[in-house]
Design a protein around this ligand. Structure first.
Ligand code: PMV
Length: 320
């Protein structure tokens, strides 16, 4: 019987922004994330008697062009683990595009876990994280639940995620504020490359991440939500400062992104515990407690063109 692997998406509190090795996806810095419970990918794979992989996404067969990235990934996996089998893969995203999360983190983590199962590779969690990383950097962290750190490393075998606290007892929620507007897309790969190559602040970013990673780990241990939020917000803004200071300058922010940043700053002045973090797109994720997130939600619902989804802390890889 074919088993299904399920991986949940994650939101980085300390961002991964820049690769020192494009092919291996080795980052310049560590990064740290929170796995979320609402958004996940279910992937199953079976061996087929063919020399071509057959890939479906959300029950729709992908054509050659659409399958390219996944086939390339499967080719490198075949080479690495020295097997020649091809697969029929079905991947279903429960990461609604309307939820404002990219599906590459949960997608490649679920795919890595599924191939491990089907080929009985018996990978341990570190090896699984390495395999997921080769698909998409942020996928390395979706192997674990809760708070997770991806250790940058300097070669293929020592760049993987480690759990910090998989079941944290902390009143922390994430609200995704989705801007309902088609923004021009600059992929994270291109955005990172331009930031590394042209932002004069990139060397400082590397130093900043090192110190903020230490600080946020202490805040997590102390369950200090205010501190976690302050560090995460500052780290996200510093990442976006790299895009603004690139040559030529670019930004993922849309007018509504800035509007929400201002709103959250105002709500903080009213005593509501809320902080923002933003990935390579216009949507804003807001960190807070159950109570403060409810309050933030009621303010955001007054904005047109914005929808909200709330997530709690999620699990690591599951099989069923
Ligand atoms: O894993 P990628 O290539 O989709 O890059 C993710 C980049 C950010 O989401 C902006 C930051 C992160 O650490 O997840």
């Amino acid at each position: 019987m074919t088993k299904t692997a399920r991986a949940f998406t994650n939101i980085a509190l300390i961002k991964y922004w820049g690769k020192k090795d494009q092919e291996l996806k080795l980052p310049y810095t560590n990064s740290l994330s929170l796995t979320l419970d609402r958004f996940y990918t279910d992937t199953s794979s079976e061996i087929i008697d063919s020399n071509k992989d057959v890939i479906s996404l959300n029950d729709t067969l992908l054509n050659e062009e659409e399958s390219k990235r996944i086939v390339k990934y499967l080719d490198s996996t075949r080479e690495k683990y020295d097997f020649s089998e091809h697969f029929k893969i079905n991947s279903v995203n429960h990461v609604p595009t309307s939820a404002g999360f990219a599906s590459s983190a949960s997608g490649f983590a679920a795919l890595a876990a599924s191939i491990d199962q089907t080929m009985a590779l018996n990978l341990d969690k570190s090896q699984l994280s390495i395999l997921a990383r080769r698909g998409s950097g942020s996928a390395s962290r979706s192997i674990y639940g809760g708070f997770v750190e991806w250790i940058a490393g300097d070669n293929n075998d020592n760049s993987f995620a480690v759990p910090i606290d998989e079941n944290p007892d902390i009143d922390l929620e994430v609200l995704s504020a989705v801007i309902n507007k088609k923004a021009k897309k600059i992929s994270s790969t291109v955005g990172m490359e331009k930031s590394v190559e042209t932002s004069p602040f990139y060397p400082n970013w590397v130093k900043l991440v090192a110190s903020e990673t230490n600080e946020i780990k202490q805040a997590i241990e102390q369950k200090d939500i205010q501190k976690i939020g302050e560090i995460a917000e500052h780290n996200a803004m510093s990442m976006h400062a790299l895009t603004l200071s690139a040559k030529p300058s670019f930004t993922y922010f849309e007018p509504e992104t800035v509007e929400i940043i201002h709103l959250i700053q105002e709500l903080r002045q009213k005593g509501i515990l809320a902080y923002v973090t933003i990935d390579a797109g216009p949507n804003v994720k807001i960190l807070g407690t159950h109570k403060s997130i409810e309050q933030v939600k009621s303010y955001l619902n007054n904005l047109s063109d914005v929808t909200t989804v709330v997530a709690n802390i999620g699990h690591g890889i599951q099989y069923f």
